[in-house]
Design a protein around this ligand. Structure first.
Ligand code: NAD
Ligand code: ZN
Length: 259
């Protein structure tokens, strides 16, 4: 296949996705770590990703956190700094542009970096894996902001509550931890009523989040997948485009105003 041929095919896919987005009235966007790599936060599974540095079975495991939180905080130190200096990229901003057309119902995200909020998204954002925006004392439930936690990390190896000295845990969901009921319920509802479901930057390898795209399709939505690499759902998608979210999303959404 020549380069021109594959460029033409990509252009056709972009046109098809633009058309679907333009003709949809209830869109749900589903994002994973891949939407934030261009903001400087590595994903987990790509070569050089966070998993190669921090084995999740040790560093992101709830049972281990309760016994010995030092590993978790070692990883959190690295991730928090990346999140603090990250800025929303054109993909996050395009989702805000889409919201302005009045057709975006909600964002479902697996990310913990609150970049959708920082980009200015104001539709409901269902954070399936929680957030590093704040942390909570395990005993008295005092809430600590991201900035307060960063400050605590400067002087405490394992941050403890200033009120009661108990352990603080950032409000991210670790392996073996219960999923946030409100986010799951909210996401499940919009998945069943949307007419277009757009996956952006997810390997679709984490359960139960990766069940949402097929479920949306089952309930009648068109499925668009934008990801650097193939996913197991590519063949089910109405349009699947492999490439960088920060380059593709503006092409799919910007200047897609309705007549
Ligand atoms: P993942 O690491 O499993 O997959 C990321 C996918 O994004 C990969 O398939 C990769 O090919 C693709 N990708 C990478 N850069 C891209 C780009 N510029 N444009 C388009 N696609 C790109 O991530 P996941 O599916 O979200 O699941 C992993 C878990 O990782 C989630 O639970 C999430 O909580 C957590 N995580 C979050 C962050 C974050 O908040 N930014 C970062 C790392 C991991
Ligand atoms: Zn406390």
């Amino acid at each position: 296949m020549t380069i021109n041929n594959s460029k033409d095919k990509e252009q056709n896919r972009i046109e098809k996705a633009r058309e679907i987005i333009k003709n949809s009235k209830k869109i749900v966007v589903f994002t994973g770590a891949g939407i934030s790599t261009e903001s400087g936060i590595p994903d987990f599974r790509s070569p050089g990703g966070l998993w190669t540095r921090f084995n999740p079975e040790i560093y992101a495991n709830y049972d281990i956190f309760l016994q010995d939180p030092s590993k978790y905080w070692e990883m959190e130190r690295v991730i928090s700094k990346m999140i603090q200096s990250a800025k929303p990229n054109p993909a996050h901003k395009s989702i805000v542009t889409l919201e302005k057309t009045g057709t975006l119902l909600a964002i479902i995200t697996q990310n913990i970096d609150f970049l959708h909020q920082r980009a200015g998204s104001s539709v409901p954002i269902y954070e399936l894996h929680g957030t590093t925006l704040h942390g909570t004392c395990k005993q008295c439930h005092t809430i600590y902001s991201h900035d307060e936690l960063l400050k605590k990390m400067e002087t405490e190896e394992i941050p403890h509550c200033s009120n009661c000295s108990a352990l603080i845990k950032p409000d991210v969901i670790l392996f073996n931890e219960e999923m946030p009921v409100d986010a799951i319920t909210g996401a499940s509802t919009v998945v069943e009523i949307c007419d277009c479901f757009i996956v952006i930057g997810s390997s679709l390898s984490v359960l139960p989040a990766n069940l949402f795209p097929s479920r949306a399709k089952h309930f009648g939505a068109k499925l668009i997948i934008v990801n650097l690499e193939p996913t197991f759902l590519d063949l089910e998608a109405d349009v699947c485009i492999h490439g960088k979210a920060g380059e593709l999303l503006p092409k799919l959404i910007n200047n897609n105003e309705r007549s």
